[in-house]
Ligand binder design. Structure first.
Ligand code: NAP
Length: 350
């Protein structure tokens, strides 16, 4: 660990938003900057970033305009959740060497002033419950999204049929595994044979539809695997896949609108669901969720799922890429389906 005197010699490399993208972000939308590392003032904590969570939501945060969270300002360090280690602390709740999770930003060091600790969401993580990258996945924000979206909005019942898109991704893997544990029949939708094989053979989903297998793959797969309709659809992708599932709802179905990654880089308006009247016919409902609304209950989900990770009922797969400077290209993997599991950017080893 650096001493407070040696902190002054450290440099913080950062990635900032330089301009707002149209369509897929490019290198030109980012700038790399450096700053000297500052020691914390009374009440504050200095965190060294170890790994960052790369999330589809980052694309939305790059846009101007109102959302569930303000956009990242031009010139600001890009927002990112991450895990790190406390390297200097002027706060009795955090000791040097503690591992923490919080909004660290795409940078090597995050200085969190004492009055910003809550806003930053900084909390200690217990590495006995799960490894560092698992705290960005099943035990982290995507896992919380999958858990509460499924349990609070999906309301799974034994024997029900659940379909989840983005099945091999961060949120999708939690949803499908939790739904199996709760007694559902689980059908994943993912891009490519390798991802489909993994969710069935490793995660224990009942089956998986490869939406890239052909133009009718989703329609035909849902017809084959959901003869009595879909009771719960956990939607991570929106677009055509949402429409195909809407066409196969069971009576009383619940649809969790978690995300719509197929639409995030559109240069035309978002494609809305054409088949929404299926909600009427089937007395079904569709509800959006924002994970941060469940922050007060994260500890419950962490305790439950850490138990499943320990006893082997759940797996947590991360796809780790290395180096802060690779951030602009690494982020794009999400939109090309090149991540296999939760996409994590390793910034430092320790
Ligand atoms: P992820 O699934 O780990 O990664 C994104 C995956 O999306 C890609 O690997 C790719 O998988 C798939 N994808 C990309 N473009 C697609 C397209 N055009 N059509 C279909 N699939 C496509 O990402 P994640 O972090 O778990 O996030 C999943 C969704 O949850 C996103 O929509 C995200 O915005 C949302 N989310 C919402 C909340 C919330 O609070 N509401 C919180 C976290 C995440 P394939 O190879 O299978 O195509």
């Amino acid at each position: 660990m650096p001493t407070s005197a040696s902190l002054n010699t450290l440099t913080n490399h950062q990635i900032r938003l330089a301009s707002r993208p149209v369509g897929l972000p490019t290198r030109a939308n980012w700038s790399a900057t450096t700053e000297p590392v500052q020691p914390p003032a009374a009440g504050g904590v200095l965190v060294k970033t170890l790994a960052l969570s790369l999330d589809p939501a980052m694309r939305g945060w790059m846009n101007e305009g109102k959302s569930y969270i303000p956009p990242v300002g031009i010139g600001e360090v890009m927002r990112a959740g991450g895990v790190g280690v406390v390297v200097a602390s002027e706060n009795p709740l955090f000791a040097v060497g503690d591992h923490v999770s919080g909004s660290l930003g795409v940078q090597e060091y995050m200085l969190v002033p004492g009055d910003q600790l809550k806003r930053n969401g900084l909390f200690k993580i217990d590495l006995r419950l799960g490894g560092l990258t698992e705290w960005l996945n099943v035990l982290g924000m995507p896992g919380m999204t999958g858990y509460f979206g499924l349990m609070d909005v999906g309301l799974p019942q034994v024997g029900e049929t659940l379909v989840v898109s983005g099945a091999a991704g961060a949120v999708g893997q939690t949803v499908g595994q939790m739904a199996k544990i709760k007694g559902c029949r689980v059908i994943g939708i993912a891009g490519g044979a390798a991802k489909c094989d993994w969710v069935v053979n490793t995660l224990g989903f009942d089956t998986c539809i490869d939406y890239k297998a052909g133009p009718d793959a989703v329609r035909d797969g849902l017809k084959q695997h959901c003869p009595d309709g879909v009771d719960i659809y956990f939607d991570n992708v929106g677009g055509d896949i949402l429409d195909q599932v809407l066409a196969r709802l069971a009576r009383g179905a619940r649809i969790i609108i978690c995300g719509a990654i197929s639409q995030y880089n559109n240069t035309t308006p978002v494609q809305g669901p054409k088949n929404y009247l299926s909600l009427l016919v089937n007395r079904a409902r569709m509800q959006g969720i924002v994970v941060f609304d469940y922050a007060d209950r994260y500890h419950q989900a962490v305790a439950e799922m850490a138990g499943y990770l320990k006893d082997g009922r759940m797996h947590s797969k991360e796809d780790v890429v290395h180096g802060l400077q690779t951030f602009p290209e690494a982020l794009l993997k999400l939109f090309a389906g090149e991540n296999f599991g939760k996409l994590v950017l390793q910034v430092a080893e320790s």
